[in-house]
Structure formats: structure tokens, C-alpha cells
Design a protein around this ligand. Structure first.
Ligand code: SF4
Length: 67
């Protein structure tokens, strides 16, 4: 599983950061993104459920999961 955030959709609500701070982070400029260490990389199996939950809870459908 890989994950990315569509910056055009994200409203920086922080929900994904609250659900899965291991993978998502709020930057100093107030935008939210996937941490650099996970960009374009496979998410560890043990974090997949939390990433899926963050995806399902995102109010802006900005989180894109790739198989
Ligand atoms: S939950 Fe969605 S809208 Fe909110 S910060 Fe995360 S990606 Fe952005």
C-alpha cells in the first residue's frame, strides 16, 4: 500500500495526523502531507489499517491510496 495527499483537495483539518501521526504530519506552513520517509514507499503492514482509517475519515477525500 502506498498513500499520498492531493494538496488541491486537502483542507488541513488535521484528522489524518490525529489518526495516524506515524505517516501524516502537519508542516510548519500549516499544510498536511505524507512524511518524507513514506512518500512513494510502501506503508508498513502494521500501519495500513490506520492509514485506511485516515483515508475513510478524511472530510475532503484528499487521501489517495494505491495498492
Ligand atoms: S484528513 Fe484529509 S483534509 Fe484533513 S488534513 Fe488529512 S488529508 Fe487533509
Amino acid at each position: 500500500m502506498k498513500v499520498l495527499i492531493d494538496p488541491e483537495k486537502c483542507v488541513a483539518c488535521g484528522s489524518c495526523v490525529a489518526i495516524c501521526p506515524e505517516v501524516f504530519e502537519m508542516k510548519e506552513d500549516g499544510t498536511v502531507d505524507v512524511k518524507a520517509e513514506f512518500k512513494g514507499k510502501d506503508i508498513p503492514k502494521e500501519l495500513e489499517a490506520k492509514v485506511q482509517e485516515a483515508h475513510d475519515m478524511c472530510p475532503a477525500t484528499a487521501i489517495v491510496i494505491e495498492a
